[in-house]
Design a protein around this ligand. Sequence first.
Ligand SMILES: O=c1ccn([C@@H]2O[C@H](COP(=O)(O)OP(=O)(O)O[C@H]3O[C@H](CO)[C@@H](O)[C@H](O)[C@H]3O)[C@@H](O)[C@H]2O)c(=O)[nH]1
Ligand SMILES: [Mn+2]
Length: 388
Amino acid sequence: MAMDYPPEKLHVYVSDDGGSSITLNGMKEAWKFATWWIPFCTRYRILCRCPEAYFSDSENDSVDFSKNVEFIADKRMIKEKYENFKVDIMRLKEHQGHFGDTVGITGQNHPSIVEVIQENSSAEIEQVKLPLLVYVSREKRPSYPHHFKAGALNALYRVSAVISNSPYTLVLDCDMFCSEPASARQAMCFHLDPKLSTSLAFVQFPQKFHNISKNDIYDSQHRSTYKVLWQGMDGLDGPLLSGTGFYIKRESLYRNYKIKDTDFELQKYIGTSNEFIKSLKKNCTPNLVNVGSALPIEEALILASCNYENGTKWGIEVGFLYGTVCEDVHTGIMLNCNGWNSVYCDPPKPQFLGNSATNLNDLIIQGTRWSSGLLENDLSTFWSFYVP
Ligand SMILES: O=c1ccn([C@@H]2O[C@H](COP(=O)(O)OP(=O)(O)O[C@H]3O[C@H](CO)[C@@H](O)[C@H](O)[C@H]3O)[C@@H](O)[C@H]2O)c(=O)[nH]1
Ligand SMILES: [Mn+2]
């Protein structure tokens, strides 16, 4: 939300696969706090946009303002708002629950929920421009396969298409956050470069972590990948898609929809929603944003339902691919086979930070998942039908 980018061009979607009311209510509280925090960051040129980190060190203040009386008063006031925000979040935790727990699996049996987080502006809050903030929990039913993260991302892709339809998307895992506000501008330098843009599918940032121990004996930082392999691949067709911290061109995930010459064929490919098909056609115009006054939530609910993809090519040819727990690598290679390439962007200041697995037990679980996923990718048949 606090990224350094024009707020009217930013739309933030949170996918809650856990279907938890605390996430929805927490977002409402966060939105209220953001109405104070974001103007404060902009006015006083604060680069450290995580309030917890910002308040922990006065070195984070810009030298131009550190002795300014107005700034000191504002900072005190915002700090108090932040403390209250934390108390409100703790209070929410006491009442946490999941949507529709009828089969005993929490958050796994409920209809789709899509909510735009807004607040009627009270006189107390000055009118500020904030990015659109949307909560999405796709429909979950025990009898329908949900396809894990790839399924969640595809639902999010469709929902965002009918609400904002931005031509570029940043994907971040739930255990990662923006630690610097500059990545959108950095990524767009590549996406808008006339020499690169026609074949550029995504700009990948390295995964960096804030919980690495001093000796890091298991290499939880994955140095071989992010410091050696991806640098080298950048000189070829670009690095593989790494699951999180990438800016992807929306159109690249829709694959060959342009060659479907009848609407009937297109519907078999991408699903029956006319609103979604409309968004797809509009997406050919870059930077076109479609946030109207009446947000098409009803259509979004249908697009996030668990049977929307039935009989379509979602997960097979369209969107993030299914059938593997390494959907990122699989999708990235497939984009490559279709003539797209990628760029590796590793600026000196880490733009994103996350949690890495640091103990042997977690690393073995993660390593087993990655190895089996990569083997699934190798053995899958996608090579034969994507290589021309
Ligand atoms: O049913 C699911 C499962 C996962 N997620 C999301 O997927 C992310 C990745 O899962 P995580 O448990 O954090 O696994 P990691 O091993 O840390 O993830 C790495 O490996 C995955 C592929 O196995 C990539 O998708 C990730 O981007 C990459 O960081 C999570 O943060 C969630 O945001 C869902 O939305 N729904
Ligand atoms: Mn993770």
